[in-house]
Design a binder for this molecule. Structure first.
Ligand SMILES: [Zn+2]
Length: 78
């Protein structure tokens, strides 16, 4: 958990990171799923994990009020 500013609370509160996988741009078949996995795997290695971040939505959830905030900045969560 990390302290972050919550707009609802109007102050810094404890936030929990929550990651949700985005709906895949790939098809539903096993072959397509494997392709998606491999693409994410290799682009993750080659691009220092930056590409794989595109596959998920990163949220932070305020532990005081439960406010969920999308946080897709591509920067490391501190
Ligand atoms: Zn809050």
């Amino acid at each position: 958990m990390a302290k972050q500013y919550c707009e609802k609370c109007g102050k810094e509160t404890e936030h929990k990171e929550w990651i949700q996988q985005k709906p895949s741009q790939y098809g539903k078949s096993r072959k397509e799923q494997l392709k998606a996995f491999l693409d994410g795997f290799f682009s993750g290695w080659g691009g220092h994990g930056l590409a794989s971040i595109d596959l998920v939505d990163r949220y932070v959830i305020c532990q005081a009020c439960g406010n969920k905030k999308l946080q897709n900045h591509g920067e490391q969560f501190k």
